[in-house]
Design a protein around this ligand. Structure first.
Ligand SMILES: [Ca+2]
Length: 158
């Protein structure tokens, strides 16, 4: 599954049915960034294992599940599909000093990914800071349940 920030011209209908299976539902959504939670290893995507989190973007072009578009990735200590709830926190602060990371992905209390990414420069956003957020998920020949137990989005900066 993936947490997706996007400002595609298709708006909330940007989900692409052809991006099932290994494409996790976000592949092909233009003008987007996705934080994927991937439990299957596809060798042709350069994935390191079957239990990884990756921040994926191709800027304003259609996004890709290929890891050559990864801005940062990590393997969490726990299995993503261990039937347990995991606490994920994605933090984005564009106002950090130039040499620091604007985006972090925390998993069960540990920041495991830090990315230097400025969404206003990477993507074409409404009013330079507005976009759709949501989740996509997909499986191919295998079956898996994806559960978002709670989602809260806080805007901490003006
Ligand atoms: Ca992947």
């Amino acid at each position: 599954m993936a947490f997706v920030i996007q400002n595609s011209e298709q708006g909330p209908k940007a989900f692409r049915p052809e991006s099932a299976g290994c494409y996790l539902g976000y592949h092909g959504i233009d003008n987007s960034i996705a934080i994927e939670f991937d439990t299957y290893q596809h060798g042709h995507f350069g994935e390191v294992n079957s239990n990884h989190i990756s921040v994926q973007s191709n800027g304003t072009k259609p996004n890709s599940a290929d890891h050559k578009y990864s801005l940062g990735q990590a393997t969490p200590l726990a299995r993503l599909n261990d039937y347990q709830l995991h606490h994920v926190v994605v933090t984005y602060n564009p106002y950090v000093p130039e040499n620091e990371h604007q985006m972090t992905v925390g998993f069960d209390g540990i920041d495991i990914i830090k990315c230097k990414v400025n969404l206003a420069e990477l993507l074409n956003l409404e009013n330079n800071d507005e976009a759709y957020v949501g989740f996509t998920a997909a499986t191919g020949m295998c079956h898996q349940e994806h559960l978002v137990y709670y989602c809260n989005i806080d805007r901490l900066l003006p």
